[in-house]
Design a protein around this ligand. Structure first.
Ligand code: GLA
Length: 385
């Protein structure tokens, strides 16, 4: 897969720019094991980077132009001037991830020079595996490595990428996707404190498979519903007089709930309980307690379904199929923003064929499609290849 990406970007680069690239960078997609919608509440998340990535072939230019070839969009070309105002392109969303990161890096005062880039990726798009974050982070690293002798830390790159997504692309996401794409570690999940941005690497036990099952349910409502959830969480934090829901525990949540809208209270309960589950799950993963991990993943899914209301019936069904196949030897839950996308399962490698067979026999998306299964390995974050 990786060899193919490399060949594709090198071929496109030579063909469109007439010279050879001087550098290659890569940044991975991610899967979140637990800790959903907690990132923008200053809380905890436990994602790992996956072995699907965006790769860019890069070469310097002597002028101030940035030229980009998007191999996954029929070799579409974008070009812009570093010294002119950078505007979003309504006709080419992919280009906005590049333009947005460049604009943020320029605003940060980074010395950028002209660059040719050919980009290709194998992170499934529209699946909730952060293909866009991997593109943003890879672009940040391209400029960081080519012109700035790696002046920026991976966390700086993640923050710039998130800012691009918030202010240029217009998606009000938290920091999780960009931070894990930048800071991921091979064979580890990262427990991220989304307030301090400190990370703690938690080894994924040998023999434990990270299985991602794409439901093929379209993530239609994700944008508007995501923003509604954010507003509800902010309203709840204001009710409790705290900066973010990170700052209250379950006892406080229930004790001072009087006067809070019932729906907002349920949304807040998901966040508060999910933060604790995420800390507990990091512990369970570290000690290889798969039964406990499975219980926490099940409770997380139930909370996303009942309190946060971001699952859909086909996803609930898919999770139930996996939970039945895995039993007490691991767990499964919906992963990502919600309303479709993927389910993540943690299970012994030996059980993967059983879980696959159960999904193949018992699940169909509303449009009749079977699910797609990816068995992933926790991978390293952004880097020069
Ligand atoms: C999306 C956002 C993340 C995070 C998740 C939910 O992936 O980009 O910042 O909020 O949803 O956990």
């Amino acid at each position: 897969m990786t060899a193919t990406l490399q060949t594709r970007i090198d071929t496109a680069f030579a063909q469109h720019f007439g010279h050879a690239p001087t550098l290659h960078v890569r940044a991975p997609g991610r899967v979140n094991l637990i800790g959903e919608h907690t990132d923008y509440n200053d809380g905890f998340v436990l994602p790992c980077a996956i072995d699907f990535e965006t790769r860019i072939a890069v070469g310097p230019r002597s002028d101030r132009q940035v030229r980009i070839c998007a191999c996954d969009y029929g070799d579409a070309i974008d070009q812009f001037d570093l010294d002119a105002p950078i505007a979003p392109r309504p006709d080419a969303q992919w280009a906005n991830y590049v333009r947005g990161v460049v604009q943020v890096l320029l605003a940060k005062g980074l010395a950028l020079g002209g660059m040719d880039m050919a980009i290709a990726g194998n992170v499934p798009q529209g699946a909730g595996l952060s293909s866009s974050a991997s593109l943003e982070v890879a672009v940040g690293q391209a400029f960081n490595a080519l012109h700035n002798s790696e002046l920026l830390t991976p966390t700086d790159i993640a923050l710039a990428a998130q800012k691009a997504e918030n202010s240029f692309v217009g998606v009000n996401c938290g920091i999780m996707d960009q931070l894990i794409s930048a800071c991921g570690q091979a064979d580890h999940a990262l427990l991220i404190d989304c307030r301090s941005l400190t990370t703690q690497a938690v080894p994924v036990p040998a023999g434990l498979a990270v299985m991602i099952v794409h439901s093929h349910v379209q993530r239609g409502l994700v944008g508007s519903e995501y923003n509604t959830r954010r507003q509800q969480c902010e309203a709840a934090a204001a009710h409790y007089g705290v900066k973010a829901l990170r700052d209250i525990d379950v006892a406080r949540l229930e004790r001072d709930a009087a006067g809070l809208d019932a729906v907002v209270l349920r949304r807040a309960r998901h966040i508060v309980t999910e933060n604790q589950r995420t800390l507990d799950a990091a512990q369970a993963l570290a000690t290889g307690d798969l039964q406990r991990l499975g219980q926490l993943m099940a409770a997380s899914h139930d909370s996303m379904r009942d309190d946060f209301a971001i699952t859909v019936p086909p996803i609930d069904h898919l999770v139930a199929i996996l939970q039945a196949a895995i039993g007490p030897q691991g767990g499964a839950r919906m992963t990502g923003g919600g309303f479709g996308g993927c389910v993540v399962a943690l299970l012994p490698e030996a059980l993967v064929p059983t879980a696959r067979a159960a999904v193949a026999a018992q699940y169909r998306a509303p449009n009749g499609d079977a699910a797609t299964v990816y068995v992933c390995h926790a991978s390293a974050g952004v880097g020069v290849v």
